[in-house]
Design a binder for this molecule. Structure first.
Ligand code: IMP
Length: 393
């Protein structure tokens, strides 16, 4: 069995939830390695809707281990809300099914206040969940980690230092509130890296579930309109506490077209081959999963951006790293014939309309990566799998 990383290849919201759900069914262990409650999946299982922001959706499958790695920023209230919800549904009866890294950083109420205050000055369009300010504290080496909210003495000292550093809030209520939540998290807290390394040694299939998308990566995204973590596949190892040699395959999820939430540049709403080629480069993609293909039904012609025309008259075929150039880039399109047939009932790749296949294959050619799965509707069954990435080639 292989260990697989799944990442968004665009600006987040690529329809990852559905692909994660499918991949989870093949995995034994599911790991979150970055981000926090700014991500989210809505899952409908047996007609019951469950919304999860932090706990991997694998938790809905008894027997699968779920890990929240050191690279995640944990909002204790959000986490406990999810745990309570799961337990009220009879899930997570065995606390060892979920392991929260003791080294993950904790989002405290002041992080959310700072996030909201900043948004007034600089509109990045953040989710307001305190993600950025928590990562800032981590890098400034004044963060509070999950292990700290389990120990009153250590927490008191760290909070005192933090509050002296300028946060306007009263120590005692914050301390007691944090300890109370810490106590409730305690059964789930552990050495995630060690647990995971045992699972890998046993040959269990591990899915590393990336949140957000490649173009929201703090280093490789459209800075400053990005999130505060590395969303790319390389961070899966760092944020989970394993070495990169534990990863065998990286799958990028892409919509059949392009969208972004929040603010920042978006050169084109059709599929952008430059973005996908870039995602293939910075993640080392071994496969693509294309979602929402059904949305493209009915267009006479389908366009794909294959280059950008820059204001200096130059045409480039690689995604520019200069945000100013990106702002002014005009996409150069290739036209492909559209299809009229409704998608959704096809279960085999060969059943797709010829022009749909032609589109997929042209994208593969432009990006240089094969498409291992195609989603043609919202339902779980409306996914055509061409290759299971957990099987060694
Ligand atoms: P933050 O992660 O809340 O700091 O937000 C920073 C940027 O990332 C904003 O543009 C958000 O809209 C975007 N973002 C954060 N999480 C997600 C996500 O899960 N999907 C899509 N965009 C996201």
């Amino acid at each position: 069995m292989s260990n697989v990383v799944i990442v968004g290849a665009q600006w987040g919201d690529e329809g990852k939830g559905k692909v994660v759900d499918l991949f989870t069914s093949w995995a034994d262990v599911v790991v979150r390695y970055q981000g926090g409650a700014n991500a989210g999946h809505t899952l409908v299982v047996g007609g019951v809707k469950t919304v999860l922001h932090l706990v991997p959706a694998g938790i809905l499958h008894p027997g699968k281990k779920c890990i929240i790695g050191n690279g995640v920023v944990v909002d204790p209230e959000a986490l406990l809300e999810e745990i309570d919800l799961l337990r009220s549904r009879g899930l997570l009866a065995d606390a060892t099914q979920l392991v929260v890294s003791e080294n993950a950083h904790v989002i405290l109420p002041y992080h959310k206040r700072i996030d909201a205050g900043r948004e007034k000055q600089k509109a990045i369009g953040t989710t307001g969940r305190g993600i950025g300010p928590c990562y800032e504290d981590k890098v400034a080496r004044r963060g509070i980690r999950v292990r700290d909210v389990l120990k009153e003495g250590a927490l008191r000292t760290k909070l005192e230092e933090r509050l002296l550093g300028g946060e306007k809030c009263e120590l005692e209520p914050l301390l007691q509130w944090s300890l109370k939540l810490g106590e409730r998290m305690r059964p789930y807290v552990g050495d995630a890296s060690e647990v995971l390394s045992h699972e890998v040694a046993k040959g269990r299939a591990v899915l590393f579930e990336g949140a957000q998308g490649t173009l929201l990566d703090i280093d490789h995204g459209t800075y400053p309109y990005v999130t505060s973590s590395n969303t790319v596949a390389g961070n899966a190892a760092v944020g989970a506490g394993l070495g990169p040699t534990s990863i065998h395959s990286v799958i990028g999820i892409t919509k059949a077209y392009t969208t972004r939430v929040g603010n920042g540049p978006l050169p084109c709403g059709w599929l952008d081959a430059l973005v996908l080629r870039y995602a293939a480069r910075v993640n080392g993609l071994s496969g693509l999963a294309m979602t929402k293909l059904d949305v493209l039904t009915g267009f006479e012609k389908i366009l794909v951006a294959i280059a950008y025309q820059l204001p200096n008259g130059k045409t480039v075929s690689e995604f520019p790293s200069d945000p100013q150039l990106l702002e002014q880039a005009q996409p150069v399109y290739e036209e492909l014939p559209g299809w009229k047939e409704r998608l959704g009932d096809q279960r085999e790749y060969q059943e797709l309309p010829e022009n749909t296949r032609r589109y997929i294959e042209r994208v593969e050619q432009l990006v240089g990566v094969e498409t291992i799965a195609v989603s043609v509707g919202a339902e779980r069954a409306q996914t055509i799998v061409r290759k299971n990435p957990f099987r060694h080639p």
